[in-house]
Design a protein around this ligand. Structure first.
Ligand code: SIN
Length: 293
């Protein structure tokens, strides 16, 4: 029989560290199911001292769903689903240096991301995570039920267009510019987790443009409030990386933020991003209608 995972919670709102498992192995289905359950229970899970080649990281990620090929960030030549997240000592801007949930700008957003640390700075470069389930639960019943009736429009344009933060300034990663035709997709502002039934806010400052059917000014009033609320320290945990560390987060209920506090040092990570199985993409997003401005 497979031994149970050793799981230790690291913060009140979310996060657990799992030990006693070697992610580079072909793990039995029971272990994969236990890891998946830990992810659902804790929203972000951490592993230490792993040795993942791009091939083994791909194999591990693929146990949880089809792997995403990022539309703008070029993957490794031999492993297109593996994105190298690199900041060189001379770079100023890092990747993921603002609160976001990965790929919310897609029609069918990624369910999870698995980040592996290859090289880490001597200090700094931590990643922050914020539970959007805890953020939702902390709102008043009145606002919660209002939000459950609303949808929001998401797009990659702000980050990846020619003027976008990601495309314009980063040197060490191959990032294509999204042209003017980048899509806008509508998702519910509150997602019900398909496995746990727990509700979470699903808007983020990087990719959410506006509330469907609302004027931009009206949208920003409510979204600004939510963006402030959602990053309250009590909803967060913070992970300090070392080479071999792995973080696996649930994009449906977690924001993350890569801190950029290690100027002059190198940080090298590899990410695979897990899409939903076709049957899991339960409520397909619709294309956004015209902006109400
Ligand atoms: C990301 O946003 O996927 C990158 C996070 C990190 O490098 O810590």
């Amino acid at each position: 029989m497979t031994p149970p995972l050793n799981i230790r919670r690291v913060s009140g709102a979310l996060g657990a560290e799992i030990s006693g498992v070697d992610l580079s192995q072909d793990l039995p289905d029971t272990t994969i199911a236990a890891i998946r359950q830990a992810l659902i229970d804790h929203q972000v899970i951490f592993f230490r001292d792993q040795a993942l080649t791009p091939q083994r990281q791909t194999a591990f990620g693929a146990r949880f769903g089809p792997l995403n090929i990022h539309p703008y960030v070029t993957g490794m030549a031999d492993h297109p689903a593996v994105m190298e997240v690199v900041k060189e000592p001379q770079d100023r801007i890092n990747f993921g240096g603002g609160w976001h949930s990965d790929m919310s700008f897609l029609e069918s957003p990624a369910i999870g991301s698995i980040l592996y640390a290859v090289e880490t700075p001597e200090f700094g470069g931590d990643t922050l995570f914020a539970s959007q389930a805890a953020a939702f639960e902390a709102l008043s019943p009145g606002l919660r039920s209002t939000l459950e009736t609303l949808n929001a429009v998401h797009s990659a344009a702000r980050e990846y267009s020619a003027e976008g933060h990601s495309a314009r300034k980063r040197k060490s990663m191959t990032i294509a510019e999204a042209d003017g035709l980048v899509g806008e997709y509508v998702h519910p502002m509150v997602l019900v987790h398909p496995e746990s039934g727990r509700k979470a806010l699903y808007v983020n400052p990087a990719f959410t443009l506006r509330i469907e059917g609302w004027k931009t000014r009206e949208s920003m009033a409510l979204l600004s409030y939510l963006f402030e609320h959602c990053r309250y320290e009590g909803f967060t945990t913070r992970f300090s990386w070392a080479p071999g560390s792995v973080a696996f987060w649930d994009n449906r209920s977690v924001w993350h933020f890569a801190l950029n506090d290690y100027a002059g040092q190198r940080r090298h990570m590899r990410r695979v991003t897990v899409d939903p199985w076709p049957a899991e993409a339960a409520s397909p997003a619709s294309r956004a209608a015209e902006t109400v401005s």
